[in-house]
Design a protein around this ligand. Structure first.
Ligand SMILES: *Cc1c(COP(=O)(O)O)cnc(C)c1O
Length: 451
């Protein structure tokens, strides 16, 4: 269903209609107090949250239905918080999901002043709703925002808002044990001025979108083209992908770079994504799932689409099992929450005796390891695709078929055992089977509270 189809809701009570909410007792007075007390403006404050329920709720679509595959089916509500340079953060609101009105001169529409987060809420086997390490998303959200001159905020307050919002939507939208939903916190500069300058107005908002299980290629219905391709008009640039055993990667061409040292590849900003869609579209049309982004003449391996890239191989010198991924520090890699969790988990030794290395490595090293039969497996790690084992990599005319993509008869090994063990452990935490500090239990609102 398109967002525009949502009809305006009638107010649940006289004090909470859409026009009066900004002048509601407490909202403006709090701000004025803050300002008259000194030079400071209002901070983001979760205690000022108000809730306006949606009186036209939507049905929950079936798992893996076309609505879910469209990745556009949102829940009934969104959370919004407006910021102005003059007054700071206004009272946040949970209100019916629907379109924004924005000026054509708005900063975000011209200068890409937009950043976002991606996370999921899970319904555990124990019936509890959880987020996975959301404190990390909150901190990264702040880092991304300030990298592009959007306003700062206390990550703890954002986290409180996020939990409140999940608490409102979870009972209906992830009712079934084992279900999950995708959460997209966003910030845009709404300041209506074409001057190239730090924006004076911004909007933070959070929405939730139904997502299919992208990490399981076998769950992809044959009639549905690759993820992300348009569905509604029946026209698609992508071929339907035959059931594959794992993620298929296409290495980027030498004339297309995702990120560079000193740039903004380490910030989760929309500006990283728009320019990647040509390459992504070409790869999808050829049956690949993601671009494996390389950097420089040396062809350093950086990351794979919206996920970090890991390779497990036998180290050339030591002969030991080693998991390698690209390092942080020069701004080329996005520091994934999943990446950090994979590193922590493998370093803990719980998954066996594997060396862990964060270092620069090149596609030529991968090719050499492939030719010497040293590659054990490779996988992408990120919220959207979760832990996605790789079956092959196309690199400038060469097809590297990894063990997962080879005939099952060879060695009798599947080539995704390590990745699947990691995935199993992380899933256990997400769904409450492994009580772990990374699993953050959400307090849910059984009945919609209006205030
Ligand atoms: C979001 C993202 C990731 C994965 O981060 P997670 O926190 O694990 O979801 C990896 N690479 C890029 C470019 C991303 O935008």
């Amino acid at each position: 269903m398109a967002p525009a189809a949502i009809t305006p809701v009638s107010p649940p009570s006289p004090t909470l209609d859409n026009t009066s909410r900004l002048t509601k007792a407490g909202t403006i007075t709090t701000l004025e107090k803050t300002i008259s007390n000194g030079a400071t403006v209002a901070e983001l404050d979760a205690s000022r949250l108000t809730i306006t329920p949606n009186l036209n709720p939507k049905p929950v679509p079936a798992p893996n239905s076309p609505e879910v595959w469209s990745q556009s089916y949102t829940t009934d509500h969104m959370l919004t918080a407006r910021w102005t340079e003059k007054h700071g953060w206004e009272a946040p609101e949970i209100r019916p999901y629907g379109p924004f009105s924005i000026m054509p001169t708005a900063s975000v529409l011209h200068y890409a002043t937009e950043c976002f987060e991606g996370m999921k809420a899970y319904r555990g086997d124990d019936g509890k709703a959880r987020l996975f390490r959301p404190d990390r998303n909150a901190k990264r959200f702040l880092q991304s925002a300030t990298r592009i001159a959007l306003p700062g905020f206390a990550p703890e307050e954002f986290l409180k808002l996020l939990k409140k919002f999940v608490g409102v939507e979870a009972p209906k939208w992830i009712a079934e044990k084992g279900s999950f939903i995708y959460i997209r916190p966003t910030m845009i500069a709404t300041a209506a001025a074409l001057g190239v300058q730090r924006p004076k107005e911004a909007l933070m908002y959070i929405m939730m979108v139904m997502f299919p299980t992208l990490d399981d290629p076998s769950s992809r219905p044959p009639s549905v083209p690759t993820p992300g391709a348009p569905l509604s008009n029946g026209v698609t640039e992508s071929k339907p992908v035959p059931a594959s055993k794992g993620m298929r990667l296409c290495a980027s061409r030498h004339d297309m770079i995702r990120a560079w040292p000193g740039g903004f590849g380490s910030a989760k900003v929309g500006a990283n994504y728009g320019p990647s869609l040509v390459a992504q579209g070409e790869a999808r049309a050829r049956g690949y799932d993601q671009i494996l982004w390389l950097f420089g003449e040396e062809c350093y391996v950086t990351e794979a689409g919206g996920s970090n890239f890991f390779i497990l191989w036998k180290n050339k010198q030591t002969g030991r099992k080693e998991m390698v991924t690209a390092p942080l520090g020069d701004g080329v890699i996005l520091e994934g929450v999943t990446r950090a969790s994979v590193l922590d988990l493998v370093r803990s030794g719980k998954l066996g005796d594997v060396d862990v290395t964060e270092r620069k490595f090149t596609m030529h090293e991968v090719l050499e390891a492939h030719n010497e039969g040293r590659i054990i497996e490779a996988f992408g790690a990120g919220t959207a695709f979760f832990i996605a084992p790789v079956q092959d990599i196309h690199f400038r005319g060469t097809d590297l078929v990894l063990p997962l993509g080879q005939d099952d008869s060879k060695d009798g090994k599947k080539g995704d055992e390590f990745a699947m063990t990691i995935k199993g452990s992380l899933k256990d935490i997400m769904y409450g089977r492994w009580q772990h500090e990374w699993g953050c239990v959400i307090e849910e609102q059984t009945e919609m509270q209006y205030e």
